[in-house]
Design a protein around this ligand. Structure first.
Ligand code: PEP
Length: 251
């Protein structure tokens, strides 16, 4: 059975004070992690204060990115080894904003996926899709190629722990979510790609999330789909109330 994962991505938002207030307010109201896991990916500078504010609570504090080397002369980068040392479990890798604004290629993303596993953490690997590619019918090939490239050299044991987020970039931050059927189709495609690369057994263990303008009104419909095991939410994760509503989608 795949445990649902409701994850937020704060991007470059919030101060330490705001992050600590948020964490303290939500942590006691989150669902039992054996039924629904909850995570917030936050900028590196906020992580330790959030971990301290959570103090053994139910929120998984996650990173939005890391570098692919553990240490060295890489000014301004975040070490995956340091994230592991903080006690982190999840790191977002390959978000479309990293691909677009920071020129992250499939090769860089593949190295980062390896670095996350080498530090005994789990990547939340993001795959995007543009409206242009969808309209020209190229989106299937595009999604398959991103997943295939990101997982080059990843073992069966590593792959089965994976979380992959299907995030059409036309739905991110636009307020215009993919329809439930489009989201299911994208998540199914990702699961099938994992099955082709590994096996049906592994594909059935991998959790696939949908991301793109998820909100308290559409989360239940998305979560009702067979291949959607959770969501990755940007805007709706910034406010305590809406994040909690996402995590309580079953109610
Ligand atoms: C995201 O940041 O990955 C995202 C999906 O953002 P939003 O929910 O705001 O569309």
């Amino acid at each position: 059975m795949r445990i649902p994962l409701i994850a937020g991505n704060w991007k470059m938002n919030k101060t330490v004070t705001e992050a600590v207030t948020f964490t303290k307010q939500v942590t006691d109201q989150l669902p039992d992690p054996s039924e629904v896991e909850t995570a917030i990916a936050a900028p590196a500078i906020l992580l330790q204060p959030m971990i301290d504010a959570n103090s053994g609570g139910r929120l998984q504090v996650a990173a939005e990115n890391c570098y692919y080397e553990n240490e060295g002369a890489y000014t301004g980068e975040t070490s995956p080894m340091a994230l592991k040392d903080m006690g982190l479990h999840y790191v977002i890798i390959g978000h479309s904003e990293r691909r677009r604004y920071f020129n992250e290629t499939d090769d860089i993303i593949n190295r980062k996926v390896h670095a996350v596993y080498n530090n005994a953490m789990v990547p939340i690997l993001c795959c995007d899709e543009t409206m242009g590619r969808r309209e020209s019918g190229e989106h299937v090939h595009w999604v398959v190629s991103q997943v295939t490239a990101a997982l080059k050299g990843i073992s069966d044991d590593e792959a089965k722990k994976l979380v992959i987020a299907y995030e059409p970039s036309w739905a991110i931050g636009s307020g215009k979510s993919a329809s439930f059927d489009q989201a299911e189709e994208g998540c199914y495609l990702i699961r099938q790609t994992v099955a082709d690369l590994y096996s049906d057994e592994i594909a059935n263990q991998v959790r696939v999330l949908y991301g793109g303008s998820v909100n308290p009104d559409n989360v239940k419909g998305l979560m009702a789909k067979d291949n959607i095991d959770g969501v990755l939410a940007g805007g709706a994760s910034l406010k305590e109330e809406t994040f909690l509503q996402l995590t309580q989608y079953k109610n």
